[in-house]
Design a binder for this molecule. Structure first.
Ligand code: SIN
Ligand code: FE
Length: 309
């Protein structure tokens, strides 16, 4: 069930006038915890760009997990001008910029039901071999986990990731777990307490804060009870050996030259092997879902019986 394969021909049909029902169905598949898999990527990388990307070998891999591109500031990190040369840095930056723009253009059509109610987040390039990486437990990506950003809470917005395996010959090997409502059953109640909505100001205080403009000062980066829960869930999954061993999961191999997309904050995933992948993250408004009740914030608020963001 979790992997829905989309051949090139289906894509062409979906972009015709009669295709809007199909586009909604694919959104619903994603929201239900599915992976949308394009065996042939709809966004091929030009040969000369591929050559530059495959030439990147990273140093200091423990510090920099990836090469990152931040579209908002047109900023590239993880490629060092001293060791790679300024010309290469510029080339990689241009490639990442184009990649990022092309994906957003594609998803504007493909995810038409969302009407662009998203924020284009970071893109990354992952040139390291994933098999046998030496990382601290909470940073390991070969253990099943759901994504949560330690320093950038999403306040309930969903983490959608679009991947591209640019390795010329090898697959990228993943494990995928069960849909969110089922998988949190292994952690709540038990390892994780339900998130509680905590309002330190109380109702009167909140009104006062609003009236005086104080609420504007509440920092954007403040974690809500939702963010706190999602971060703890990420850690709890990686730290639970029993869950890693015995949960329901499926092995998936993504072919060279393929792309796939998935809501990684709800679908447990791990990468076991593979090298050279591109990835673009979108933060999607949970209210934009075709099945809003499936958004994790809705699932958790229903369980908690309280507002969490
Ligand atoms: C992850 O998001 O955990 C890693 C996925 C990948 O790089 O293939
Ligand atoms: Fe992840």
């Amino acid at each position: 069930m979790p992997v829905h394969t989309i051949p090139q021909t289906s894509l062409q049909n979906a972009f015709t006038a009669a295709g809007s029902k199909q586009l909604r169905a694919w959104c619903a598949d994603l929201e239900a915890g599915g992976v949308l898999y394009f065996p042939v990527t709809p966004l091929p990388i030009p040969a000369e760009d591929l050559e530059v990307l495959l030439g990147q070998q990273q140093t200091g891999s423990k510090l920099h997990k990836n090469i990152a591109y931040k579209p908002k500031n047109d900023e590239l990190t993880g490629v060092d001008a001293k060791t790679s040369g300024a010309a290469t840095v510029r080339q990689v930056q241009e490639i990442m910029r184009r990649y990022s723009q092309n994906i957003e253009r594609f998803l504007t059509r493909f995810l038409a039901p969302y009407k662009q109610r998203w924020v284009l987040d970071y893109a990354s390039y992952r040139p390291l071999e994933e098999k046998g990486r030496d990382l601290k437990l909470r940073r390991r990506n070969d253990l099943l986990h759901t994504d949560a950003f330690p320093t950038r809470p999403t306040h309930g917005w969903r983490i959608l990731r679009f991947f591209h395996n640019i390795h010329p010959t090898r697959t990228r090997d993943w494990i995928i777990g069960e849909p969110f409502p089922r998988v949190i059953g292994s952690f709540v109640p038990g390892t994780l307490a339900m998130p509680r909505s905590e309002n330190i100001l109380g109702r009167g205080g909140k009104q006062l804060a609003k009236a005086t403009g104080l609420s504007k000062l509440v920092p954007q980066w403040k974690r809500t009870p939702y963010d706190d829960f999602m971060m703890r869930l990420h850690n709890a999954m990686k730290e639970n050996e029993d869950f890693q061993q015995s949960c329901v999961k499926e092995n998936v191999q993504f072919a060279p030259g393929s792309s796939w997309m998935v809501y990684t904050e709800t679908v447990p995933h791990a990468v076991l092997a593979g090298q050279y992948a591109l990835e673009q993250t979108f933060l999607v408004d949970p209210a934009a879902m075709v099945t809003p009740e499936s958004a994790p914030v809705a699932v958790l608020e229903k369980m908690a019986g309280a507002r969490l963001v």
